[in-house]
Structures are given as C-alpha cells and as structure tokens.
Design a protein around this ligand. Structure first.
Ligand code: ZN
Length: 409
C-alpha cells in the first residue's frame, strides 16, 4: 500500500491523522476483516494461570506490504528510523547489547525480530511496537533493583507483542484521532507531547494485561529469574505514585496510563510467582547501568517531581545507605525544594556524599551552592575549592571561580 509522503514529526495528536488519513481509514475499514482472519496466536498462548508451561507462537512472518498490517508496520518502521536519529536515543552499544541479550534470553527465537532502543527520558516506561521496535526509557532502568525486575517488565512487553495486543486494540478502535495517537505512542516524537494523555486513550484491556502478566511471568521464570520480583516492580512504582496522591497520579506516568494497575495486580503476580525463587541478577544489572546511573539520577531530580523522587531515593538509601550518588541526588532534591528543614537535610546528605570515597564531584559543587545559600562563606569556599581541584576542566569552572572571588572577605 502506498503511504503518504509525510515526514512531519508526530508532535500533536492531530498531526499524523492529517497526513495518514487515507491509510488509517483504510486500516479501520478492514479492522474487522483482519480480526476475522485471526492470527492463530490466542490458542498458543492460552495456558492455565497456574502452569508455567507455555508454547510460544513461532516467529511472525513479515506482513504482506499491500495488507493493512503491512501498512502499519511500514509506519512503525518509519517511526523507528526517526527514533534512531532522535537526540533522545541513547547510543550505548554495550547497554543496548545487554538489553538485547536479555530479550533473547526471555523471548527465544523472537529475539531476532525485536530491536531494543534505549531512550533518554526520566519517566518509567517501556513500549513494544508490533513491528518489533522495543523502547526502554532510562527512567525505567533507573527504577529497577535488579535484572529480574527488568526481565519482568520486558517479559510483560514481550507478552503483549507475542499476543499482538496492540493490533487488537487498533482493530477495536473506531476513532481516527485515537488511531493517530496509537501510532504516536510508539514514535519517539510522541513522548515529547503529553504522552500520559496520549497513552491513556490506548490503555490495554484488563484481560490483555492479565495475559501479558501471565506470559511475562512464564518467560521470566523459564529464563531462571525470581518471579516475585515482578510484583515488586509494581509495588515500587505505586509507592512512588502514591506520595503525590490524586486521581491523576498514575495517568501522568506513561506506563501506568497504558497499564492500569489495580490494587490486586501485585497480589496476582505474587500468586503467579508461586514462591519458586530464582535468580536476581543484581550485580549484572548494576554493572550494565553503572556508566549512566549518575546522569539518570540527575535527570530524575530535574524532572521536578520532588516527592516522587524522594520516595524513589529513600527506597534506595534504605537498601544501600552508603550509595554516594543516590545520597547526592537526594541532597539535591532537598536543596532545590527548600521546604521547611530541607536545607538542613540537604546539608546532611551532601556532606556525607562528598566525603564518600566514590563521591561524585558534583556533590562538592552542590555543597558549595548550599553553603553559599545558607550564608556560610567559609564552608562554601572550601567546597568550591575542592570542586575546582577535582574538576578543573568543568564547564562551569569559570562560574564557580567567580563565586569564589565573591566569597572573599
Ligand atoms: Zn501491559
């Protein structure tokens, strides 16, 4: 099927609807037809929730180019090209390779059809487009405690892919705007727009979610991971969302908007896990993200959702009180929030973080700024001097030198 020559980015929900109307209308006319053909996957994935035994569908042959599904794939392929060129694409072959290997461990032969892209965005999100484009956002990686939790999320997304849930949802959709938003959901440009709202129009059904949960659980346990970690992922995320409260607390998070998380979901995952235990892969995961963790922590602080960030950082510091990067990040939240008692809390964290053997040099800069704000001239000058001694080439070295000069009595 010829596709409209529309290279405009998907910055607004209305954008793609204009350029792709022909295809989209055609796709919807045939929605029922596609559904009636059936893809033969339902039966393969139908399994008792009690049983981890599962026959996966074989690899999907590429759809015929002149079919509606082929048209959809072509659109997704184009979004993927756009993502590859995007400034949000995190180009780290080692990290991408690590994630791709994990997909292979979970998805078996399907791994040949799945391409992982890491996206620099502090929100918790992962998506899997029907053409095999998987996006994993850095905010999700920052929130995983170990490889088993990551396997749970990727396994769940693979579950949607193996059962082709997004195609099902597309076929159910009659609204052209919603179809356009669906496509935007998988485009990197879509995330710049209000993805929470975009995504909520395309929430999977409860049945699709349970099926993806069951499939994800089976895939992760088959690969040897501890299934109980799947429940902890939701537990942790909901704990973070709960601190802000309100009905929209979840919808502002892209993943929660597309993945409604009823209160019993955690319990159901725990039940599915069945107390079998398994691998956590904590050190492998830690090694894989080590090079990016500080930048992701700072991106999380810059998000400006201080209560959520504190919930996340407090959870981490309870487990690892000597984590200097995490302590620095929490100190930054307190320093920037400036609520009652915050500057004192910031000082405690930044002093401890700066003194740690693995202290990020930025902790000294933050400590200097804090002391300057508190009017402690001597302490500010000492921190700035240490910062410049350790990072003489820092991009803000001249600025900090100016502060130092101003601090002279
Ligand atoms: Zn899902």
């Amino acid at each position: 099927m010829p596709l409209p020559n529309d290279a405009s980015p998907l910055t607004t929900p209305a954008g793609p609807a204009r350029g792709r109307r022909g295809f989209l209308q055609s796709a919807c006319r045939h929605c029922f037809g596609l559904g009636a053909l059936g893809l033969g996957l339902g039966a393969a994935a139908q399994t008792s929730p009690e049983s981890p035994a599962l026959t996966l569908p074989g690899r999907f042959p590429p759809p015929a180019l002149d079919s509606d599904e082929g048209g959809l794939w072509a659109l997704m392929d184009r979004e993927e090209q756009r993502l590859r060129r995007s400034p949000f694409a995190l180009r780290d072959p080692a990290l991408t390779g690590y994630l791709q290997d994990l997909v292979c461990r979970l998805g078996g032969e399907h791994c040949a059809d799945v391409r992982v892209h890491v996206v620099s965005n502090p929100s918790f999100n992962a998506t899997m487009a029907p053409n095999g484009m998987m996006q994993v956002w850095s905010g999700l990686l920052l929130r995983m405690d170990n490889e088993a939790q990551l396997a749970a999320v990727l396994g769940h997304e693979l579950g949607h892919y193996l059962e082709r849930h997004s195609l099902e949802r597309l076929r159910d959709t009659r609204s052209r705007a919603a179809v356009a938003q669906f496509i935007g959901l998988f485009g990197v440009a879509g995330m710049v727009a209000n993805l929470g709202i975009t995504a909520s129009m395309f929430a999977f059904t409860r049945d699709q979610e349970s099926r993806a949960d069951r499939l994800g659980m089976t895939l992760m346990q088959r690969a040897g991971y501890d299934g109980a970690q799947a429940a902890l992922v939701w537990d942790n995320l909901l704990g973070e969302m709960r601190v802000t409260g309100g009905d929209d607390a979840g919808s502002r998070n892209p993943l929660l908007a597309t993945h409604p998380a009823p209160a019993n979901r955690r319990d159901e995952l725990m039940r599915l896990a069945g107390g079998r235990g398994g691998e956590l892969g904590a050190s492998a995961f830690e090694a894989a993200i080590r090079g990016h963790r500080l930048e992701w922590l700072l991106a999380e602080v810059r998000r400006g959702q201080y209560e959520q960030s504190l919930a996340l950082f407090n959870r981490g510091l309870t487990r690892s009180p000597d984590d200097a990067a995490l302590r620095f990040a929490r100190g930054e939240v307190y320093r920037l929030r400036e609520g009652p008692g915050d500057l004192e809390s910031a000082a405690a964290d930044l002093v401890r973080a700066s003194a740690a053997p693995q202290a990020p040099v930025q902790a000294l800069r933050a400590l200097g700024l804090l002391r300057r704000r508190q009017g402690d001239v001597q302490a500010a000058a000492a921190a700035f001097e240490q910062y410049l001694a350790r990072a003489p080439q820092a991009s803000d070295a001249a600025l900090i030198q100016t502060y130092l000069t101003q601090l002279q009595p």
